[in-house]
Design a protein around this ligand. Structure first.
Ligand code: AMP
Ligand code: GLY
Length: 434
């Protein structure tokens, strides 16, 4: 791809693996790269299909993904989702000599096992909540009898972001142990369980590019996870985001740079698990300073939808630098503005909702600079684009500051119409208090 003489090598074929708003944002950034000639997405969605050729291969169908990449002579594959990463898709691509962006299986465990990540943080002195791990429900119960409430229970493995229970009292904690370890509500993720000290504070998401030794941190963001205004209702995949977070101050940044970011990359390398790809630091800004809530091994969804549109660099170039171990050459730069993403969901999400309603009004995003309509749960039906999931679209808008970005995003959220459209009305609102 880089041929060293600055000449054109600009005819890359890219394959993106995933199908959500995050992958749409990744595809949109790839489409801006002068190096990229063609984008495929497996399996993609109706919005991604406007900028990429979508192929009906599931993210876990590694053999089919490999055959496809070889047949189409794909130059570079970008894995958006956690499941294939934790399942070893990067190892499978590398074994065939194919260039791929994401951590290998032995590094994706940073997200794949909470017990692993907690033990890593403890071993290397990276600030996080105090915890114990259990594989025997009786021992967990005995521990909880003595523990301070509230307390947090986490199923060890991937549980689609839902394997975390915050228990206010012993009764809830006992019910939680039963749910996770005995009823196996989160499947085999519940064979091991982490019991963690309950922390309070602002949450911040910090995404970063990592090449195994060097880390470059992106502009901060914050997610709103609850379904309803004022953080009421059930936990969801995320109802909206904003970037940057006004709570992520210079002091916080300095602390995290000193004690968290490079320390994590160095710890993984020291363990013989060099991490190449995206590390997503879920941080809590506690009274005792920033602490790691969780690590993810991929972009956040919908964090990517506010961070990537603000990035000045060619995303594909940065990813190639990661894979080639020369991220130290890259100066990551973000626009000096803000972005807000409001998720348009189907009424009833995250419990039950109807699908198949036509979506209208999206053309306007094609001509308005600084506005984006990222598709999450959409599909084609009889030549029309229809709702096909709980989270349907992510409407992102930029502005000079967060207030302006928020006003713009909410205005643009009105351009789009579909039956049972639902959104929160306070995305980014806490920022007024900052
Ligand atoms: P996780 O998947 O580990 O990020 O947990 C999901 C959400 O649960 C986080 O975004 C927090 O809101 C909450 N959470 C997780 N761990 C803790 C903790 N130790 N104390 C308080 N809240 C937590
Ligand atoms: N928005 C949170 C996540 O992607 O895990």
């Amino acid at each position: 791809m880089r041929n060293g003489d600055g000449e054109k090598e600009d005819e890359m074929k890219i394959l993106i693996v995933g199908s959500g708003g995050r992958e749409h944002a990744i595809a949109a950034s790839a489409a801006k790269s002068p190096k990229v000639e063609k984008i495929y997405c497996a399996p993609g969605n109706a919005g991604i299909a406007m900028i990429a050729e979508c192929v009906a291969i599931g993210a876990m169908e590694f053999d089919k993904l490999l055959s496809f990449a070889k047949e189409k002579q794909v130059d570079f594959t970008i894995i958006g989702m956690d499941d294939p990463l934790v399942g070893g898709v990067v190892d499978a691509f590398e074994a065939q000599g194919l260039k791929v962006f994401g951590p290998r299986k032995n590094a994706a465990i940073l997200e794949g096992s909470k017990a692993f990540s907690k033990d890593l943080m403890k071993k290397y002195g990276i600030p996080t909540a105090a915890y114990e791990t259990f594989d025997d429900p009786q021992k967990a119960l005995a521990y909880l009898e003595m523990a301070k409430m509230p307390i947090v229970l986490k199923a060890d493995g991937l549980a689609l972001g839902k394997g975390v229970l915050i228990c206010q009292n012993l009764e809830e904690a006992k019910a939680g142990v039963k749910e996770i370890m005995e009823d196996k509500k989160f499947g085999s993720a519940g064979n091991h369980m982490v019991v963690e000290e309950f922390m309070t504070g602002r949450e911040v998401s910090v995404l970063s590019f990592v090449d195994g030794k060097t880390i470059r941190v992106m502009s901060s963001a914050q997610d709103h996870k609850r379904a309803k205004d004022k953080d009421q209702g059930l936990n969801t995949g995320g109802m909206g985001t904003f970037s940057p977070s006004p709570f992520y101050t210079k002091e916080v940044d300095q602390f995290c740079k000193k004690y968290i970011y490079q320390a994590t990359v160095d710890a993984m390398a020291a363990e013989g698990r060099p991490f190449v790809g995206i590390i997503f630091f879920g941080l809590m800004l506690t009274e005792d300073g920033p602490k790691v809530l969780e690590y993810n091994a991929r972009f956040g969804d919908p964090e990517a939808q506010v961070v990537l549109p603000r990035m000045k660099n060619d995303m594909v170039e940065v990813m190639e630098a990661c894979v080639e171990g020369r991220l130290d050459e890259i100066d990551l730069q973000f626009e000096d503005n803000a972005a807000v993403c409001v998720v348009l969901a189907s009424e009833g999400y995250p419990v039950s909702y109807e699908k198949g309603f036509e979506i209208k009004g999206m053309e306007r995003f094609e001509t308005e600079e600084g506005y984006y309509c990222f598709h999450a749960g959409t599909a084609f039906k009889d030549g029309r684009i229809v709702t096909n999931g709980g989270r349907v679209l992510g409407i992102t808008a930029k502005g000079a500051d967060l207030k302006e970005a928020r006003a713009n995003a909410y205005q643009a959220a009105e351009w789009v119409e579909f039956d049972n459209k639902y959104m929160r009305h306070d995305i980014g609102k806490a920022i007024d208090e900052a």
